[in-house]
Write a protein that binds this ligand. Structure first.
Ligand code: NAP
Length: 521
């Protein structure tokens, strides 16, 4: 199928490979061998349509085996980062003049190329991000979905709904791109979130400067390979590897930066928002900031819930990818009447989880991303021991990787730090509620508002949750992770961010501005 005919077909989510099938597993092992044999390679920067080498290298490692180097990346200097913005600004008018159809076809091609290299991308996520195979596969599927979805959405914005026509006048509204966007993704979805933010900006006609996470730059370089192979012009994007603390402020503050598309922590998101708000010399616009930030997501388990389903949903949401998802369940609020039954069953289920190297498909959990993350989570576990009762876990596991046991604290008060602060690891707080109304109050007792879920069979309580549970993505009788492009547009309230609803029909509007032309007839 050509990109044009694929674009004309309806969107469907990418199906997942099943790693329990021997033929799939054989191919996965071969992809892993390929990736491992290419590990440790040096990657240049891609700025102003050319490669650059600074000799100052950032090294990324395999969190399951930290002595294994995954990639060595030349880091941008302040001068190169400045050049990246200035060149993207200079090239912007040319790229903005290309047709939406052309840009959408390039994005479709990029999606097709990721699909062709699916198992290879899975394997890069296993080795650089510490994802288990099913988690990696879901992420690669999401990256493909973003390409397929945003390409089609752009075609809708290219032919907007007709305006009301006044007598004697003809009126039109057209959507224009904004300019240079700085794309700043996190490490926890280093392919899907990066791909989504990048192709959304590009398909809308913007040029972009990508500053990948310092934990996962190799995966970002693999996306750059795909963009080149898909036919994106060399100056339409820059791959500006470097530490956020060194080049981040510069990229955000530059007067030619038109918008910043950020996904990451509350702390960095608020800093970017503040810096971007201040106009700099020569700047002629208000910068847009799209900031998707943290979560302290709760699942409510009601006395009228299917307890076994709730246990399965909570365990998966809390400990899938080691709890390192913005959507992860980090608080479970359980009705007093079923509290003991729920906790017993959850403890039993979680105690059976296997933790170890991500490449071994027998493991349900891999490592956390870094030694620093492991230390930070262990500090929270010590805080938890003082604030509540440790039910299971609470320590590292054997092996040289950054492994942590799945950890559950019970009897957690809503004022506890482990109830209020995002830990971003495999640590779950269990809290007792008097009744359903109290449970929803506790769920809302947070400065975040990203995802949430409710388990109950009672339709009146479902209605109550729909109205009162304040979260950008609310799920009923299912886990609170695993948003699907097109089906669950994703983004949160309050300190969880600007609620951009990634993977939804309104997302591209953030990368566009509307111009209205009224002509007297
Ligand atoms: P982070 O520490 O905030 O880093 C995110 C990105 O910001 C990285 O690329 C980082 O680069 C960069 N950065 C750091 N300082 C910067 C600065 N001063 N200026 C510009 N950029 C800067 O977050 P993370 O640890 O990568 O990701 C985990 C966080 O992301 C969690 O809070 C999670 O909830 C959130 N998240 C939210 C969503 C959502 O959709 N709401 C999705 C996924 C993750 P360096 O790596 O070089 O420091």
């Amino acid at each position: 199928m050509t990109p044009a005919s694929a674009l004309a077909a309806a969107f469907v989510n990418e199906p997942y490979l099943d790693f329990s099938k021997p033929e799939v597993w054989a191919e996965a092992e071969s992809a892993l061998r390929h990736v491992t044999s290419h590990s440790g390679r040096e990657y240049p920067l891609w700025i102003a349509g050319a490669e650059h080498r600074t000799g100052d290298l950032l090294t990324s490692v395999n969190p399951s085996h930290p002595s294994e180097v995954v990639g060595r990346h030349h880091k941008a200097t302040v001068e190169l980062a400045t050049r990246a913005i200035e060149d993207a600004h200079a090239y912007f008018p040319e790229w903005a003049r290309t047709t939406a159809q052309h840009r959408a076809e390039l994005v479709m091609r990029a999606g097709a190329l990721i699909r062709e290299r699916k198992l290879e991308f899975d394997a890069w996520l296993v080795v650089e991000a510490g994802k288990t195979w099913p988690e990696a596969e879901a992420e690669v599927g999401e990256a493909i979905d973003f390409c397929e979805y945003y390409a089609r959405q752009m075609m809708k914005f290219a032919s907007p709904e007709a305006l009301v026509q006044l007598p004697g006048e003809h009126g039109d509204m057209v959507y224009l791109p904004l300019g240079v966007g700085v794309i700043i993704p996190p490490w926890n979805f280093p392919l899907a979130i990066l791909t989504g933010m990048t192709v959304a900006a590009l398909v809308a006609g913007n040029t972009v400067v990508i500053k990948p996470s310092s934990e996962t730059p190799t995966i970002a370089q693999k996306l750059a390979e795909v963009l080149h192979a898909a036919g994106f012009p060399p100056r339409s994007f820059a791959m500006c590897v470097g530490s956020g603390s060194v080049i981040g402020d510069l990229l955000v503050e530059h007067p030619k930066t038109r918008f910043v598309s950020f996904t990451g922590s509350r702390e960095v998101g608020l800093r970017i928002n503040e810096l971007a708000a201040k106009p700099r010399k020569g700047q002629i616009w208000i910068k847009r900031v799209i900031a998707e930030m943290g979560g302290k997501d709760a699942i409510v388990v009601d006395r009228e819930a299917d307890i076994d389903a709730a246990v399965a949903g909570v365990a998966q949401s809390a400990f899938g990818y080691q709890g390192q998802k913005c959507s992860a369940c980090s608080r479970v609020i359980v009705d007093d009447l079923v509290y003991s039954e729920f906790l017993d069953k959850l403890r039993t289920r979680v105690a059976a989880f296997t933790v170890g190297p991500a490449e071994d498909r027998a493991n349900f959990m891999g490592p956390v991303i870094s030694a620093g993350a492991q230390r930070n989570i262990l500090r929270y576990i010590e805080t938890g021991k003082a604030e509540a009762r440790l039910v299971t876990g609470g320590a590292t596991t054997n092996g040289d990787g950054y492994f942590l046991q799945p950890t559950i604290f019970a009897g957690v008060d809503s004022t506890a730090r482990i109830f209020q602060e995002e830990i971003f690891g495999p640590v779950l707080a269990v809290t007792r509620a008097r009744d359903f109304t109290h449970a929803i109050e506790l769920a809302n007792d947070t400065e975040y508002g990203l995802t949430g879920a409710v388990y109950t069979r009672n339709p009146e309580k479902i209605r109550q949750a729909r109205e009162d549970f304040f979260a950008g993505n609310l799920y009923i009788n299912r886990k609170c992770t695993g948003a699907m492009v097109g089906a669950h547009p994703f983004g949160g309230f309050n300190m969880s961010g600007t609620d951009s609803k990634a993977g939804g029909p309104d997302y591209l509007l953030q990368f566009l501005q509307a111009k209205v032309i009224a002509e007297k007839l």
